[in-house]
Design a protein around this ligand. Structure first.
Ligand SMILES: *Cc1c(COP(=O)(O)O)cnc(C)c1O
Length: 361
């Protein structure tokens, strides 16, 4: 780690691999002899079209996206998808199933109610979103146009460790905070979307993976820019795509590939999260917020014996170079976001710091 950098546990935007930042820096004024920055290029230029296509192809191979799925590079953030998913998919039957396991799925659930008849197919609100409902706790409607869930709950620190069985109802999934951290059986999904700023690239890019046959059935008043078919027809270039973010995503994919891809990342992230949870479980001062079996490998939420102690921990951690550990305002306590780019060393040092703090307080 460059010694002027902190260990940044921000929930998003979050750390990018140092190698990626350094490479982007080295070609920031002149990309590979083009005489200009990627930020200054026409999105229709040969140079940029190559970056775009290479990144799209690399994403497909690395994340094992089958040919009958389109990979879209859009703007609008993960939150725009809360509207785009119902606008494009609910037309089939006018109904959809939603599971609410945290704040982002709750926003999506409320937004979808504008467009159709929404069934609350499951919720973890009864225990403050500290767990993920099991398959037999889900109340599925076989007439739903789609089933919606959020695979990792960034704020509460819970993560689905299974893909629900929906008996043929297409699944729409918000993977904003755990995409590319593990292999995913894409065939089980209809639409996967993710804002880039947690695990992929700077904010401004939203990746959508959509089974091709699901597009083209949007509600008649769907805005042009929110219609998946518009973007499929023009390969995400109906208008100017988020060029710089796509370029950085390409560098991140190279970095991930060099590490061994999502299969190796699954082991690395499991090891990082395991170390942190073990240390918290063994401490006298701290407790984890999420229930065992539902804990997120990306966002580790925990609290100490009091709010004063939480504040002391966050302040001493910050001074020691571990930043952004304060929990989300709706949960309190602490949250260590340990996405793909957080090095093992960062988690090891945080574990040492927690042990020391536990001993001294
Ligand atoms: C961050 C986040 C969002 C919101 O993403 P934006 O790009 O800010 O709209 C949605 N869902 C999840 C799971 C997130 O972590």
């Amino acid at each position: 780690m460059a010694n002027d950098r902190v260990y940044n546990f921000s929930a998003g935007p979050s750390m990018l691999p140092l190698e990626v930042l350094e490479q982007a820096g080295s070609e920031i004024t002149n990309y590979q002899g083009s005489g200009m920055s990627v930020m200054e290029m026409s999105h229709r230029s040969k140079v940029f079209v190559k970056i775009f296509e290479d990144t799209q192809n690399h994403f497909r191979t690395l994340f094992h996206v089958p040919e009958n799925y389109k990979i879209l590079f859009l703007q609008g953030g993960g939150s725009s998808q809360f509207s785009m998913v119902p606008l494009n998919l609910i037309g089939k039957t006018g109904k959809a199933d939603y599971v609410v396991t945290g704040n982002f799925s709750n926003i999506a659930y409320k937004e979808a109610q504008k467009y159709g008849d929404i069934n609350l197919a499951g919720s973890s609100a009864d225990r403050d979103h500290t767990y993920i409902p099991a398959q037999d706790q889900l109340n599925l409607d076989s007439g739903a146009s789609y089933f919606y869930f959020c695979s990792n709950n960034t704020v509460y620190g819970t993560e689905w460790n299974y893909v629900p069985e929906t008996n043929g109802v297409p699944i729409a999934c918000d993977m904003s905070s755990d995409i590319l951290s593990r292999p995913v059986d894409i065939d089980k999904f209809g639409v996967i979307f993710a804002g880039a700023q947690k695990n992929m690239a700077p904010a401004g890019l939203t990746v959508v993976i959509i089974r091709e046959d699901l597009a083209g059935h949007e509600l008649p008043y769907t805005p042009l820019m929110m219609n998946y078919q518009t973007m499929i027809d023009k390969d995400s270039m109906y208008n100017t795509p988020p060029c710089w973010c796509i370029y950085i995503l390409g560098l991140v994919l190279d970095w991930l590939d060099n590490l061994g891809g999502v299969e190796v990342m699954e082991q690395i992230k499991g090891k990082k999260a395991g170390m942190l949870y073990d240390c918290l479980d063994a401490s006298k001062l701290f407790t984890c917020c999420a229930e065992k079996g539902s804990r997120s490998d990306m966002n580790v939420t925990f609290r100490s014996v009091s709010e004063d102690m939480d504040a002391k921990f966050v302040s001493e951690a910050t001074a020691a170079g571990f930043t952004n550990l304060k929990g989300h305002r709706s949960v309190g306590g602490m949250r260590a976001s340990i996405y793909n780019a957080m090095p093992m060393e960062g988690v090891e040092k945080l574990v040492d710091f927690i042990k020391e703090f536990d001993k001294n307080n």
